[in-house]
Write a protein that binds this ligand. Sequence first.
Ligand code: NAI
Ligand code: PHE
Length: 357
Amino acid sequence: MAQGFMNNDIVVEDWAGELTAVRHDEETGAHFVIAVHSTRLGPATGGTRAMVYSDVADAVADARRLAGAMTYKMAVAGLPMGGGKSVIALPAPRAELDSATWRRILQVHAANLRLLKGSYWTGPDIGTNSGDMDILRRSTDYVFGRSIEAGGPGSSAGNTAVGVFAAVQAAAREAGVADLSGRRVLIPGLGAVGAQVAEFAREAGARLLVADISHDRCAPFEAQGAQRVPVDEVTTTECDVLVPCATGGLITTRVAETVPCAAIAGAANNVLAGDEAAEVLRRRGICYAPDFVANAGGAIHLVGREVLRWSAYEVRVRVLEIGETVERIFKSARAQDITTGAAARQIAEANLAAALA
Ligand code: NAI
Ligand code: PHE
């Protein structure tokens, strides 16, 4: 098992959030980070991301960025929750951990959640699933997203995919593509969300281009006629809509300057490496649906079912409204000559300010 981190310096300035808790577990070598960005609208809420990081500072920075995005996601979606995120920096990829190590990691995470006494609620994210939420929930209340068998609402991926596809269609319309039929839709990341979005795009008659680090995830789509794109060519391959459904940071400023597509809308959290990338996309006329708006279907699913007690039907209606929200954001961004991210943040800030009034 890998030993610790090369760099344990944590940068504490420049973060507008409320709290960052960090813990190291010697027994497993894992580091645990919980970032509470905002509790203004309700308890901070966001998934648990479990993966390998280059160092603990990187894990803290990721947790904080993701927690900030959750605040905006909840606020734009009109959900009564704040923004938070937990990151578990694993000593090795999850697939390589033995079950005792993973069990211990979940135990420590549950203890951390108990310590925060409900100011932060978790759920699934990259590296965790409904089964893990079932285990966490045995020793702490502050958990969304248990499996249906355990009495929870089940995976959020289906509703995330429905919302993402509504955003894809809205972004395409904004780019002058009224109908996806025959259009090239490129989807990097064919996991729980991306695979379902790919299915929707295929049903809409799109020409599907797919990419994943896992050959097995691409194979079923290739068998149905999709073109496989190497992972390192997704931002240089021409398409009408790019739909990032893997990890964040894909669109750096440099990528934004050259990416050959008309629109971008996907599931990946924090897909833009920064505000400058957003500005470059705007200047080039590339229609970008902000990630925290496009991928809110999972949050609507979890909070809708478990906090607001909505039916599955009501959740679906709210998720489909993401398409209209994205349209409204494009219109507002055009009218003010600002990026779509800035226009979306205005909606979030207005909802956050209303909560203070
Ligand atoms: P997942 O873990 O099921 O799928 C991710 C897929 O991306 C995997 O197939 C993986 O092999 C692939 N991948 C990893 N690195 C890649 C790379 N560099 N290039 C191409 N493919 C790569 O995750 P899931 O649940 O589908 O989520 C996808 C994204 O959407 C994540 O960023 C997640 O945070 C975000 N998201 C997910 C929500 C959900 O409800 N599941 C809700 C909101 C956002
Ligand atoms: N991790 C997913 C997201 O980023 C789903 C999720 C939403 C998990 C809300 C917990 C709470 O939206």
